[in-house]
Design a binder for this molecule. Structure first.
Ligand code: ATP
Length: 416
């Protein structure tokens, strides 16, 4: 009987049975844990020291006079997480705002000091914020645009994605005309492919406009209800002026028939929101201005007719459910029909442009971003307006030109 017990003790453990850890392995585990904590502590101290030095260099600090002289106070660092990405919780000092860490050039400079590419700041409770050190540009990777078509101009279309990964929508019926500028190959046309393909099916939207390139408007829209309201090419420049003047006449008709106790037209399938697309507008003006001028008393120069019509659409069109989407390589006042015309754009997007062009369209707020944005990848734009601060977005990529044509043909609203 006693032998059974002895035999039991020498029997190997059954499959799946784990031996309770012995003293040595428990000690090793505790030691590994202690070492990991010690390593993290050293890492956190190093990051905190780098952060404090960077804050001092960028003057995100306070100078306090004490008996021993002047001492520097920097925002207090709470927890540091090794990530990736590295995050720090930081307590703002009196008078500081979260945006102070990213305004001017502070964001990239702080991030570079901490070994990253960029900085994201999120307010937490009270005066605490979380700083995330981004390892690469969050807008580096593109994203596709699913085959979406909105059912109404009041539904938001996808404009792009912010650095926080939030999809940014814009309803066409929101007040405001849109301006997009950018150098050759910077992504303006792709933005329009995305916007127009999403709007093509809406029964209360009409996509009209002028396109001297004949790629954005025109042929892709054949057999749709929109096509008769589009003029393309440069062979008949007068047709562009006639179309724009017709649109102004329709705007005047609508303004004259606004119902009592209403101050604007409510879009319906009968009176749709008219999106007037002006692709490469400075090019249209240049071509029109290059034509021989009519003799005195024999008519108005074509360029002036186009400028006048567009200015009226911009300044009075909003209440009559007209929205203008103007594209240009650069929004110089003389190139887009004057400074007054340029001021009418509520939503402004700049793809890759020289620093002075960025400031010209977005104001002095955009100055700090100018240098970096001058080399932006195609599809990355600065956006401002409609209550939004100047922010970087990535515009979706719907695919090649064939895909755009297919989507317009598939979704484009047909004439009743
Ligand atoms: N959002 C995007 N995502 C990924 N790639 C893009 C994006 N936008 C543009 N591109 C790339 O850049 C190329 C040029 O874009 P696009 O034709 O829109 O430029 P553009 O500003 O309209 O130039 P242009 O003034 O010459 O017409 C596209 O063919 C595509 O390869």
């Amino acid at each position: 009987m006693t032998t059974t017990g002895a035999l039991d003790r020498t029997r190997p453990p059954a499959a799946g049975h784990r031996r309770p850890p012995g003293f040595i392995s428990r000690w090793r585990a505790r030691r590994a844990e202690r070492d990991a904590w010690a390593a993290h502590h050293v890492f956190a101290q190093g990051i905190t020291a780098e952060f404090r030095e960077a804050c001092t260099a960028l003057r995100l600090c306070q100078y306090v006079s004490v008996a021993a002289g002047i001492t520097v106070r920097t925002p207090r660092v709470g927890a540091v997480h090794g990530g990736p990405p590295i995050t720090l919780t930081v307590e703002l000092m009196a008078g500081q705002e979260p945006v102070d860490f990213t305004s001017k050039d502070n964001g990239p400079r702080l991030a570079h000091s901490l070994g990253g590419h960029g900085l994201r700041v999120e307010p937490l409770a009270g005066r605490w914020v979380r700083l995330t050190v981004l390892n690469h540009d969050p807008l580096r990777d593109g994203f596709g645009l699913p085959s979406l078509a909105v059912a109404s101009g009041a539904d938001p279309v996808i404009l792009g994605r912010t650095e926080d990964g939030i999809a940014l929508g814009h309803a066409l019926t929101d007040a405001g005309h849109l301006a997009a500028q950018g150098q050759n190959g910077s992504g303006k046309t792709v933005l329009c492919y995305g916007l127009l393909s999403q709007l093509a099916a809406a029964p209360d939207v009409l996509v009209a406009g002028s396109d001297i390139t004949g790629l954005l408007l025109g042929r892709p829209w054949d057999d749709t209800a929109h096509r008769p309201h589009q003029v393309t090419g440069t062979h008949d420049l007068e047709a562009h002026a006639v179309l724009l003047e017709d649109l102004v006449a329709e705007m005047d008709r609508r303004l004259a028939t606004i119902p009592p106790r209403r101050d604007k037209i409510e879009p319906t399938p009968e009176t749709p929101t008219v999106l007037v697309v002006l692709e490469e507008f400075p090019g249209l003006l240049r071509a029109a201005d290059g034509l021989p001028k009519p003799k005195r008393g024999e008519g108005i120069p074509l360029g002036d007719r186009i400028r006048t019509a567009v200015l009226r659409l911009l300044s009075e069109g909003r209440k009559a459910a007209f929205r203008v989407l103007m594209l240009a390589q650069r929004f110089e006042a003389t190139a887009v029909g004057g400074g007054y015309a340029r001021d009418q754009f509520a939503l402004r997007l700049s793809f890759r442009v020289p620093a002075d062009s960025l400031e010209m369209l977005h104001g002095t707020d955009a100055r700090p971003f100018g240098q970096e944005h001058a080399n932006a990848a195609p599809g990355v734009a600065y956006l401002s307006g409609l209550g939004r601060d100047c922010e970087r977005i990535r515009v979706p990529y719907l695919g090649d030109y064939g895909e755009y044509v297919d989507r317009i043909q598939a979704h484009g609203r047909r004439a009743a």
